[in-house]
Design a protein around this ligand. Structure first.
Ligand code: A2R
Length: 307
């Protein structure tokens, strides 16, 4: 059986399916020239030096949709497939975005703490919150997940604006400039890929354009937002609220962000439900098994689609 190098975690279901076709090797015990397949995830990716040492590598199957931790251009040049798990997590990540937005608007954490601490009993009702209805929501990255977020916001009667590299055939309002969109929206939801082209595109200027009544939601990658500028804007009141599922140096979250009461913070759980992780794991394994069978894959990243 061919050697599969495992990077990151694996569920029992995935392991059982993979063991029927591969010998699974761990990072501390493998022979580089014997590895033909790698299984990893969006967070761990694969170290470029490690990838270069795997001279017989044919496929890197990543469990997750974002693949900025994998050098897909180099892989494609070497004729190595990179696959990921698009679509099966769209609804879940969109739910996480909406959840964060609602939690910010309705001060879910503050009011939960209000009840638990007994303050309701001693001080009466808490201050009013803001309605999440009828807001103008700017989506940064109207791709597979971005579209799903727009659809999920319909019951809140959101007006949808979007910024992406290209204009889409949709009724939502397109902005070719991110700062201009931030000026016009109440909520900015980030759902682009990570990587050099989106590195800190949500900068001081964009955050200040979003403004004191604005809410930033990030369910993409921590690298998309300038975290230092974000902290300063939240501290000074230049930005109102932030709901964050992703951070620059996960799992390290700056104390300053944790100290702020106008943030809702999640440990990168956008797709982390039993159901969605099972679907992602199944697709990750399906790509590996299909490649073994007929040298094709189900869901290559765009850089490798021509292989
Ligand atoms: O290529 P376009 O015009 O459709 O724009 C894509 C947009 N995008 C950008 N927008 C502005 N500036 C950029 N430099 C830039 N680069 C990409 O992000 C597209 O509208 C969206 C990405 O959509 P999909 O490729 O369909 O990705 P999906 O499945 O929605 O996932 C997005 C990301 C993942 O890469 C993970 O980082 C995260 O969500 O879970």
């Amino acid at each position: 059986m061919p050697d599969l190098l495992q990077i990151g975690g694996l569920t029992e279901v995935m392991k059982a399916r993979l063991e029927s076709a591969f010998t699974i090797r761990q990072l501390d015990a493998f022979e580089p020239e014997k590895i033909t397949h790698v299984m990893t995830n969006g967070h761990d990716g694969i170290d470029p030096e490690l990838m270069a040492s795997l001279t017989n590598l044919k496929l890197i199957s990543s469990n997750g949709v974002g693949y900025d931790a994998i050098d897909a251009d180099t892989a494609a040049r070497r004729g190595i497939y990179v696959t990921h798990t698009p679509n099966v997590l769209n609804a879940e990540v969109a739910t996480t975005a909406v959840l964060l937005m609602l939690a910010c608007y309705r001060e879910l954490l503050r009011d939960d703490a209000y009840v638990r601490s007994g303050t309701w009993d001693t001080e009466g009702n808490p201050p009013l919150t803001r309605s999440a209805d009828n807001q103008t929501v700017g989506i940064l990255g109207l791709g597979r997940i971005g579209h799903e977020i727009a659809k999920k916001l319909a019951p809140w009667n959101a007006k949808i604006l979007y910024h992406s590299r290209t204009k889409k055939d949709v009724t939502y309002t397109y902005y070719d400039n991110l700062t201009a969109m931030a000026l016009d929206c109440d909520v900015l939801i980030c759902i682009t890929p990570g990587g050099p082209s989106t590195h800190k595109i949500v900068n001081k200027e964009v955050l200040e354009a979003l403004g004191p009544n604005g809410t930033l939601i990030n369910v993409s990658r921590g690298s998309v937002v300038d975290e230092t500028a974000l902290i300063e804007a939240l501290q000074s009141g230049a930005l109102g609220w932030a709901g964050l599922d992703v951070f620059e140096a996960e799992p390290n979250v700056p104390q300053a962000l944790r100290d702020l009461s106008n943030t809702v913070l999640l440990p990168h759980v956008g797709s982390a439900t039993v159901e969605t992780r099972a679907a992602m794991g199944a697709l990750t394994v399906d790509n590996l098994l299909q490649h073994l069978k007929d040298a094709t894959v189900i869901s290559p990243v765009p850089e490798c689609a021509h292989l």
